[in-house]
Ligand binder design. Structure first.
Ligand SMILES: Cc1ncc(C[n+]2csc(CCOP(=O)(O)OP(=O)(O)O)c2C)c(N)n1
Length: 616
């Protein structure tokens, strides 16, 4: 698909937009949209949100003096047009790929990205910080935060507005109202925005104070976010206004505006895989096995048919967590609470006090938001909330902001908490069954993104014995204790080691907490080298095992090789590239085991016994 982009071709950075005649902005917007569609066909990625803010992005850079005026995109998955117009047009074709542009704003990537994001609802706080700093320094630049009607459901946004409403610093908050989060936006504020739209408030001074006005903001809108003339006029008026009150501009847009596809999409093409620009067919890798997410959802549905106390909670990720399927079967037992992880956790805690069985399904990276609630509201009160932690471990193209690296640390640190990690689909089913059966306190299971390992068995419903691991391969020379989904890499490593005459014992720890102390003691007493593998940061399962060995004076029994994620944020790329970087692919595991054996062998003879590994 050849396209001509004569106006866009003149834009290297936003100062070039400011040279354009206002009449050219509509054409520029069309070209930007075409370019985004063309680039996304090659790269995939976040799509619908960017298409919805093309005119808004053009108008903002046209009117305001970026980067001196600070422009902050909340979540920033909608910032592809912004990247395109701020010197990153060519690089957009490498977005989310190893070494390429990041899929979200990033301070180190561009001076036009004054604040990095990817987790939602931070823009008003960050913007207010910049505005207050500006005032303290006596500068006069503008600060603009663009936040969606989904992101504004997050608690931080309210905390920030509560502060901004009395701080007396000018901050421009643009509420981009497209009626959508990833799924349709939920909650009372979303309803309030709808009411404001139907009231059709033309400008300031409406008689009924809006929510924002009651908080001390000025409020204008709703205005049509695809009418570039109206946008430019409104923003110009704001640029020339020297007031010191914060202001909300309610802008109405259509998510996915101008997408080329024929069929409608329930998520307005929030994210897409690459597609053929001519046939519009999506390129999709065929899944060989069900995703862990689907295994979780189908397992939970099966249990919920038998146990009406089971309820499911998502913080605005119904499709991402598989709970959309749960909602199809049990519409009254699934709760989408908005982008509100903190609330989701405490809401679940409240349910647990009433003897319901809440399953709180939250991605590892987003559960970080709800951590004090996990500690204070759940663990401290020993309430049986079940945490289904999806996207645990490295997640690929969404990179460091989305990596599920820390949950094993932050969950295993907590008294009363049980923490499990499945090594394949059947193990995940057994962990769901364990969580259903376990009523003595909080329990969590964490599983990765993508296709499950092993062969799923939809009928598997046997709970596990709490705190007991299992041996899956019996050898003599090296013991690998693996927690979670690196199991396939560990198996491959064991077979590779066998080629070198090294017989490996492979244990599936199953539990990060409580750890199976008997199993671990047996392994350190019977193997010269014990390798502990975990797809999490330093401070998690490995640390708990080492701590336990130290307490029981067992540390010297074997050489221990801890294999965790490194102490660094791992850049975006494919999951395979990321695990290679982390040394947690099978080649990396073998290499480090061989190096440890060489090192240990040079200090004392190792007495490797045999090369015959047998399946247990
Ligand atoms: C704390 C947190 N929870 C969940 C997400 C996942 N997430 C990414 S975009 C998005 C929807 C955002 O909706 P909105 O702000 O309205 O932007 P739109 O995509 O509609 O333009 C969600 C839930 C996130 N980024 N951060």
């Amino acid at each position: 698909m050849d396209m001509l982009t004569p106006i866009l071709d003149r834009i290297v950075e936003p100062s070039d937009i400011r040279q354009l005649d206002e009449r050219d902005l509509e054409r520029l917007s069309r070209e930007v949209r075409e370019e985004i569609i063309s680039a996304a066909s090659q790269t995939g990625g976040h799509f619908g949100a960017g298409l919805g803010v093309v005119e808004l992005t053009v108008a903002l850079h046209y009117v305001f003096n970026t980067p001196t005026d600070r422009l902050i995109w909340d979540v920033s998955h909608q910032a592809y047009p912004h990247k395109l117009l701020t010197g990153r047009r060519q690089a957009l074709r490498s977005i989310r790929k190893r070494g390429g542009l990041y899929g979200f704003t990033k301070r180190s990537e561009s001076e036009y990205d004054p604040f990095g994001a990817a987790h939602s609802s931070t823009s008003i706080s960050a913007g207010l910080g910049m505005a207050v700093a500006r005032d303290l320094k006596g500068h006069r630049n503008h600060v603009i935060a663009v936040i969606g009607d989904g992101a504004i459901s997050g608690g931080m946004a309210y905390e920030a507005m509560n502060h901004a409403g009395t701080q007396g610093s000018r901050l421009i908050v643009i509420v981009n109202d497209n009626g959508m989060s990833i799924a349709p936006a939920v909650g009372a504020l979303s309803r309030h925005l709808n009411d404001l739209k139907s009231e059709a408030r033309p400008s300031k001074g409406n008689q009924n104070a809006s929510f924002f006005e009651t908080l001390g903001f000025e409020h204008i809108g709703p205005i049509d976010g695809h009418d570039i003339g109206q946008l430019v006029n409104t923003l110009r008026a704001l640029r020339n206004d020297t007031a010191s009150t914060p202001i909300v501009v309610h802008v109405v847009t259509e998510k996915g505006k101008g997408h080329p596809f024929k069929k409608p999409d329930g998520e307005k093409y929030h994210a897409v895989t690459p597609f053929d620009p001519d046939t519009l067919e999506f390129v999709k890798a065929k899944a060989k096995t069900p995703s862990y997410t689907n295994v979780f959802a189908s397992s939970l549905i099966d249990h919920a048919r038998l146990d009406e106390k089971i309820v499911a909670i998502t913080a605005s990720m119904p499709s991402g967590t598989g709970l959309d399927k749960f909602a199809e079967v049990f519409p009254n037992r699934m709760f989408d609470v908005g982008i509100a992880e903190q609330h989701a956790v405490t809401f679940a805690a409240g349910m647990a006090t009433e003897r319901m069985k809440p399953f709180c399904a939250i991605y590892s990276t987003f559960l970080q938001r709800g951590y004090d609630q996990v500690v204070h509201d759940v663990a401290l009160q020993n309430l049986p909330v079940r945490f289904a932690i999806d996207r645990a471990g490295l997640v690929g193209q969404d990179g460091a902001t989305h990596a599920g690296s820390f949950d094993l640390c932050y969950m295993s640190a907590l008294p009363n908490m049980v923490v499990m990690a499945p090594s394949d689909a059947v193990e995940l089913r057994r962990m769901v069954a364990t969580a259903v059966a376990y009523d003595d306190g909080p329990i969590a299971f964490r599983y990765p993104r993508g296709d499950s390992a092993g062969t799923d068995d939809p009928f598997e419903q046997r709970p596990l014995e709490i705190g007991k691991g299992r041996i899956v391969l019996e050898g003599h020379d090296v013991a690998i204790i693996n927690l979670g989904a690196r199991m396939a890499a560990c198996f491959d490593a064991a077979f590779e080691l066998e080629q070198h005459g090294i017989a490996t014992t492979l244990a599936d720890a199953r539990f990060a907490k409580p750890i199976d102390t008997d199993l671990i003691e047996r392994l350190v007493k019977s193997h010269p080298l014990v390798v502990i593998v975990e797809e999490g940061s330093i401070g998690g399962f490995v640390s708990h095992v080492l701590h336990n060995l130290a307490v029981r004076n067992l540390l010297g029994k074997a050489k221990i090789l801890p294999l965790t994620l490194p102490d660094s944020f791992i850049a975006h790329g494919s999951p395979a590239e990321q695990y290679k970087d982390a040394g947690l692919d099978s080649a990396g595991i073998v290499e480090r085991i061989m190096a440890a054996l060489r090192e240990e062998g040079s200090r004392r003879p190792l007495h490797l016994k045999s090369a015959s590994a047998t399946m247990a």
